[in-house]
Design a protein around this ligand. Structure first.
Ligand code: PEP
Length: 246
């Protein structure tokens, strides 16, 4: 049985260290798995959780900046995340693209900075919105996002990246993509990677309204390497059922 990658993206939740600790202590009791469980809480909590729970979960940032240090008020660099013990960092989440105007260009700068200056594993999020899917533009969007994000990334480094296929219409909506849509997207992403590098290179995971009820269907009937979980990752019962998938 292949180990799966199970990522919790807490987004801008919860609002206190205590609440976050409560979730993680509860998960500690209920998660019994060989899968790689990665928690991405708000960055302000990372150091504290890394001290309490290192060796139990892996931790990651939800975003990072594309420079190492300097006069960039409010930003956090990949090296800083690495220095506190993070192993992963999410890049290009659709909420960052749409709410914070993140572009393919800045995503590419971030991916290169992460890979060239740290050992962090980037989790690159890509995916189409509802309108793009309805206009049959899904593959074109995926191709553009992957090609732009991976500019200047050599094959050896590309192998480290995890690509998260996250159709925007499935994020936070309770409507997850059908197995056929997930499988088609995975095959297409693999094809683009083959066109660029000659092989599939990266692990490919799915994100979008994953919960304890659909996890078996999503991972059992598709060939995905794991899942990225938003809303359900803040509910210990839900998330432990997802993390314990086998
Ligand atoms: C996400 O934030 O990446 C996500 C998939 O959210 P949700 O699981 O809530 O759809």
């Amino acid at each position: 049985m292949q180990k799966k990658i199970i990522i919790a993206n807490w987004k801008c939740n919860p609002i206190s260290t205590k609440e976050g600790e409560k979730i993680l202590f509860s998960l500690k009791e209920s998660i019994k798995t060989e899968n790689e469980v990665i928690i991405c809480p708000p960055s302000v909590f990372l150091s504290h959780f890394l001290t309490l729970f290192s060796g139990i979960y892996s931790f990651g940032g939800q975003d990072c900046f594309f420079e190492e240090k300097g006069a960039y008020t409010g930003e956090i660099s990949p090296k800083m995340l690495q220095s506190i013990g993070c192993k992963y960092v999410i890049v290009g989440h659709s909420e960052r693209r749409t709410i914070f105007n993140e572009t393919d260009k800045t995503i590419n700068l971030k991916i290169n900075r992460i890979l060239n200056s740290t050992k962090l594993i980037p989790i690159l999020c890509i995916g189409e919105n509802r309108e793009e899917r309805e206009k049959n533009k899904t593959f074109a969007i995926l191709k553009e996002q992957i090609k732009n994000a991976l500019k200047g990334v050599a094959i050896g480094k590309a192998k480290k990246i995890i690509i998260a296929y996250e159709p925007i219409w499935a994020i936070g909506t309770g409507v997850y993509a059908e197995e056929k849509q997930i499988e088609e997207a995975k095959d297409y992403i693999a094809k683009i990677l083959c066109d660029i590098y000659g092989s599939k290179t990266s692990k490919i995971i799915y994100g979008g309204s994953v919960d304890s009820k659909n996890i078996k269907q999503i991972l059992g009937t598709t060939d995905m390497d794991g899942v990225l979980v938003g809303g359900s990752s803040l509910k210990p019962k839900e998330f432990s059922a997802i993390a314990n998938y086998k």
